[in-house]
Design a protein around this ligand. Structure first.
Ligand code: ADQ
Length: 489
C-alpha cells in the first residue's frame, strides 16, 4: 500500500469494491487488527502502482457503534482505505442474498435459486431492493471523497447499480465498471427477474470491461435482446450515446512472485517441502472453497487416477488448499462437508500408515508459504466449472521458472484463452478426461514441459495487473475525450 502522506502527481483513482483489500478484526473498544484478504481482485489490485489509488469498500465486519466506526476509519486511512458500514440486515439481504445467492450462481451458469416469496429475506425483489440500497450507500461515500478529475472504477457484480447512482449525482464523473466473473450467455442472463434495471444501470458507465471477448459479446447481446439497443464493434449504442464495451484480461504482479522466491524464508519453506515430499510427485490445487472451483470434481478425478494407475499410488500426493469463504451461506457449508467426506473416503481407501494421497487444508496460506508451494509442485490442477479468469493459474506459472511444472486448466476458466497453448486443457465435468490428463502431465517429457512453460511464463510476465489497470484507465480517459468530441461535432 502507498503511504497516506506520500506526495504524488499520479492520477487519482477511486477503486470501489464490495470488500476492502484488508479484513478488520476488533481487538478492543478502539483497536483493530488489519490483514490483507485472499481473493483474486485484491491480488490483482495490489499490483496497481501507476495511480494515486484509494479503496472504498466494506471492511467485512459489523461495527454498530460510533467509536468503532471512527477508530476503524482512522486505522484504514493509513492503508488508503475508506470503509462503508453495512448493518447485519443489509449484509444478509444484499451480500449473502442478492450477490452471493442470486448473481454469483447465475453468472457462473449454476442457475437461479428457488425463490421463497413468503420469506421476505429470500424474495428476489426484497433482496434486489437491499442491493440497490447498499449500492446507494457506496455511492454516498464516493461523493464524499470524490474530487473533480478523479477516475471512479466500480468493481464487480456487487456494484452493478453503482454507475447509475454516480452518474445521476454528477454526469461528468468518469465512471468505469469491470466484471471479474464471467458474463453469461444472454439466454442465461435473461432469466434474471431484475435484468433490465441492472443492464440499464451498468450502461450509465463510460466504459464497461470484461476479462474476455466472449463475456463482452454476451453482455452486448443481452443489451440488444433485452433492451433492444444496437450492438456495434465498439460496444452498445443507446439513442446516439455510445457505451464502450471491451475485454481487458486481468493479470498478476508477476514480479512480486518471482522476487519472493529469492527470499530466505521462502527458500526455507521450499527446502522443508522438498524434504517432506521427497520421492513423490506433488500436485497442487489452491482455491477459495466455492462451488465454481470444481473442487469435488477435481478430487474425484484424482481418485479415478489412483484407481486406474496403481503404480502411482505411493508416488504422488495432491495438496488441496481451500480457503473457506461465504461461510454464512448454507450451500457453502454443504460444499465444505461434501469435500471433507470425499477426501476422507479417498485417504481411507488409498492411504497407508505413513502416507495419505490427499492433504486437504481448509485455510488461507500466507504469501510466502503459497509461493513456496507453487514453486515445488510438479502439476497444478485448476478445474473451475466456470471462472472469470483464475489467477491461481497465473501465480503458479510465475513461480515455476526452475521446475517447469505442468498446468492442467479448465477450458471454462477465462485463463484458458490466454494460457491455453501452454496448459493441458480439460473439461472439468469429465472426470475420466481429467484423470487421463493427470497421467499425461505426470509423464510429460522435460522438453514438452519446457516449451509449454515458456509460452505461459512469457504471457504471465508481460500481461500484468499493472498493465491491466493502466490500459483500463487510459481507455476510460480516451473514451470520455472521444465522447466530448462527438458531442461537439
Ligand atoms: P477468485 O474467485 O478469488 O477471483 P482467483 O482469480 O483464482 O479467484 O484468485 C484467487 C486469489 O486468492 C489468488 O490470488 C490466490 O493466491 C488467493 N488464494 C486462493 N486460495 C488461497 C489460500 N488458500 N491461501 C492464500 N491465498 C489464496 C475472482 C474471479 C476470478 C478472477 C479474479 C480476478 O472469480 O475468476 O480471476 O476475481 O478478476
Amino acid at each position: 500500500f502507498q503511504r497516506q502522506d506520500e506526495p504524488t502527481t499520479k492520477q487519482r483513482l477511486l477503486i470501489v469494491a464490495n470488500r476492502l483489500p484488508v479484513s478488520a478484526t476488533r481487538k478492543g473498544v478502539d483497536s483493530w487488527q488489519l490483514e490483507i484478504s485472499a481473493g483474486g481482485l485484491v491480488s490483482a489490485m495490489l499490483g496497481v502502482r501507476e495511480f494515486d489509488a484509494r479503496w472504498i469498500g466494506w471492511a467485512g465486519v459489523n461495527v454498530p457503534d460510533e467509536v468503532g466506526q471512527k477508530t476503524l476509519t482512522k486505522a484504514l486511512a493509513e492503508k488508503r482505505c475508506i470503509p462503508i458500514f453495512l448493518d447485519e440486515e443489509i449484509v444478509h439481504q444484499y451480500y449473502n442474498g442478492y450477490c452471493n445467492n442470486v448473481l454469483w450462481p447465475l453468472f457462473h451458469y449454476l442457475g437461479l435459486p428457488q425463490e421463497d416469496r413468503l420469506d421476505t429475506t429470500r424474495s428476489f425483489q426484497s433482496q434486489f431492493d437491499a442491493y440497490k440500497r447498499a449500492n446507494q450507500m457506496f455511492a454516498d461515500v464516493v461523493y464524499k471523497h470524490y474530487e473533480e478529475g478523479d477516475v471512479v472504477w466500480c468493481q464487480d457484480y456487487h456494484l452493478m447499480f453503482l454507475p447509475k447512482c454516480l452518474k445521476e449525482h454528477d454526469a461528468k464523473m468518469k465512471v468505469g465498471w469491470f466484471l471479474h466473473t464471467p458474463f453469461p450467455s444472454s439466454e442465461i442472463y435473461r432469466t434474471l427477474p431484475c435484468r433490465t434495471e441492472l443492464l440499464r444501470s451498468v450502461l450509465a458507465a463510460d466504459l464497461v470491461g470484461f476479462h474476455t471477448y466472449d463475456y463482452a459479446r454476451h453482455f452486448v447481446s443481452a443489451c440488444t435482446r433485452i433492451l433492444g439497443l444496437e450492438g456495434t464493434p465498439e460496444g452498445v449504442e443507446d439513442h446516439g450515446r455510445l457505451i464502450r464495451v471491451a475485454a481487458f484480461p486481468i493479470g498478476i504482479d508477476s514480479e512480486r512472485f518471482i522476487r519472493a522466491l529469492e527470499l530466505p524464508q521462502v527458500k526455507d519453506h521450499i527446502k522443508e517441502l522438498k524434504e517432506k515430499f521427497a520421492g513423490r510427485k506433488v500436485m497442487l490445487g489452491v482455491d477459495r472453497l466455492d462451488m465454481i472451483k470444481g473442487i469435488p470434481q477435481k478430487i474425484l478425478a484424482f481418485e479415478n487416477f489412483l484407481e486406474e494407475n496403481p503404480d502411482w499410488r505411493d508416488e504422488v500426493v495432491l495438496i488441496q488448499i481451500a480457503v473457506p469463504t461465504r461461510t454464512d451461506v448454507p450451500k457453502y457449508q454443504e460444499l465444505a462437508s461434501h469435500v471433507h467426506e470425499i477426501v476422507a473416503r479417498i485417504n481411507g481407501r488409498f492411504g497407508t500408515l505413513t502416507a495419505v494421497p490427499i492433504h486437504h487444508l481448509d485455510r488461507s496460506l500466507d504469501f510466502h508459504a503459497l509461493c513456496a508451494l507453487y514453486a515445488v509442485t510438479d502439476v497444478a490442477l485448476v478445474t473451475s466449472l466456470r471462472d472469470g479468469m483464475n489467477l491461481v493459474s497465473y501465480e503458479y506459472v510465475a513461480c515455476q521458472a526452475s521446475k517447469k511444472g505442468v498446468l492442467i486448466l479448465s477450458e471454462f476458466a477465462g485463463a484458458a484463452q490466454s494460457l491455453g497453448a501452454g496448459a493441458v486443457l480439460v473439461n472439468p465435468w469429465n472426470i475420466t478426461e481429467v484423470s487421463a490428463s493427470i497421467a499425461y502431465a505426470l509423464n510429460m517429457p522435460a522438453d514438452e514441459r519446457e516449451k509449454r512453460h515458456q509460452f505461459n511464463f512469457k504471457h504471465v510476465t508481460t500481461h500484468t495487473s499493472q498493465e491491466w489497470a493502466a490500459t483500463f484507465v487510459s481507455e476510460l480517459n480516451d473514451t470520455i475525450v472521444e465522447a466530448q468530441l462527438r458531442r461537439r461535432q
